[in-house]
Write a protein that binds this ligand. Structure first.
Ligand code: AMP
Ligand code: GLY
Length: 401
């Protein structure tokens, strides 16, 4: 089988490594992939948002199955475009991806179907948003409606910070069109849990839970990032909480999307907060999380391709999805300064024994430094071109710290 994976980060590297475990997989193309992924797949320089080029490439290469991993191409309709040409695909349609593509859509869906989430108001007019803030309780959370590279959420401690957030998003277009509407919501407290799930639109199968550590630097002293590391399972997520989430959040969400005529097929990511009043949804993502995938997929014991195809074919209820009861941990190694300004161009070598557990983002392949007759035993030598995100210690408890 020939597969195509759209995307080029650590998450896609973890997906590709797992897909390769299926003996029927002869070839995987990564669009665009990166220098680390090049050790596991053929990287093709086509951007993840260039949907016409992705479709043309998939047709030319006669790929049997495609996986669209990042949010942007999903929201832009990559799955719809591939399906139209008869290429089966893992991931939601653009209509279903709105669950991440529009926070207003997601919040309204939760309100309509009684799914627990933070109380909120949405605004498409800056003056009305500013007026609302005059009497709102602080702290408060201001969210840009659309995709904003994971930066569209501002937790304002004071009224002035909240006002500034609204002004930057709505009047100064800090996130372009994505901030033309905002959601202003109640500030919640409690441990956060990420639950990625497989769903075919009817059945939902949660994967092992995980916890994302978002701040850079030791002791949580740095800025918020997309994620500096993850552990799985999440120590706060007990079996009783999991059962409650299934009844109150997971199943109602899948049913709501179906009722709305937007059945969700693919990976639906539930970002939860375990508040004193019970689990609540902080966000939905229409895709695998990064770096959650790097700890969740190594614990998957079932064949990933089989499970993915079951989500596409609507046969998830009859498909075994089994996770190991071990633990996994992922640590991100990033250039100093991340997530703000950082230096690039450093060299990095990954030793052969680390390769099975190293997931790479933002690096170009510099050279195969040490010639070796067995490609899988070669160290890979990389040059970071934007940011090097390489877990130093990832994998199951048998290998991790
Ligand atoms: P999001 O981009 O929606 O995942 O939000 C980024 C982060 O902001 C979350 O992981 C939470 O840590 C925090 N956050 C978002 N919404 C709230 C909320 N209503 N109350 C407290 N923290 C929040
Ligand atoms: N780690 C959070 C995300 O993937 O959105």
């Amino acid at each position: 089988m020939k597969l195509l994976v759209v995307g080029g980060g650590g998450r896609e590297h973890a997906i590709i490594k797992k897909l390769k475990e299926n003996p029927e997989v002869e070839k995987i193309f990564a669009l665009p992939g990166n220098g680390g992924i090049a050790a596991d797949a053929e990287c093709v320089p086509i951007g993840a948002k260039d949907i016409p080029a992705i479709v043309a490439f998939a047709l030319e290469q006669q790929v049997d199955y495609a996986v669209v991993a990042p949010d942007d191409p999903l929201v832009l309709g990559a799955v719809d475009a591939l399906n139209e040409k008869g290429i089966p695909c893992f991931g939601p349609t653009a209509a279903a991806a709105q669950i991440e593509g529009s926070k207003v859509f997601a919040k309204d869906l939760m309100k309509k179907y009684g799914i627990p989430t933070a109380a909120y108001e949405s605004f498409d007019d800056a003056a009305a948003a500013l007026c609302y803030l005059e009497t709102a309780e602080m702290p408060i959370v201001v969210k840009a409606d659309g995709l904003a590279l994971g930066k569209g959420v501002i937790i304002a401690q004071t009224r002035e910070e909240a006002r500034q957030a609204v002004i930057s998003m709505m009047e100064e277009s800090m996130f372009g069109q994505s901030g033309s509407r905002v959601v202003i919501e109640e500030f919640l407290t409690g441990p956060e849990v990420s639950v990625l799930s497989f769903t075919d639109g009817e059945t939902v199968v949660p994967m092992v839970s995980s916890m994302d550590h978002k701040r850079a630097r030791d002791n949580d002293e740095g800025l918020n990032t997309g994620g500096m590391g993850t552990v799985a399972p999440n120590p706060y997520y007990t079996e009783a909480i999991a059962a409650q989430c299934m009844e109150e959040i997971f199943l109602p969400t899948i049913r709501a999307m179906k009722t709305e005529g937007r059945p969700f097929q693919g990976c639906l990511y539930f970002g939860l907060m375990l508040t004193p009043k019970g689990p609540k949804v902080i966000e939905y993502n229409c895709r695998f999380g990064d770096p959650e995938t790097q700890v969740v997929l190594p614990l998957l014991e079932s064949d990933l391709l089989t499970v993915m195809r079951a989500t596409t074919e609507g046969t998830l209820a009859q498909t075994e999805v089994k996770f190991s009861d071990k633990s996994a941990c992922c640590v991100i190694l990033a250039s100093d300064g991340y997530p703000q300004k950082y230096q690039s161009g450093f060299e990095m070598t990954i030793a052969p024994e680390a390769l099975p557990h190293a997931f790479v983002a933002g690096a170009k392949l510099a050279e195969w430094r040490i010639p070796c007759p067995r490609p899988s035993r070669r160290p890979i030598h990389l040059r970071a071109w934007c940011i090097l995100k390489t877990p130093t210690a990832a994998g199951t408890s048998a290998h991790g710290p």
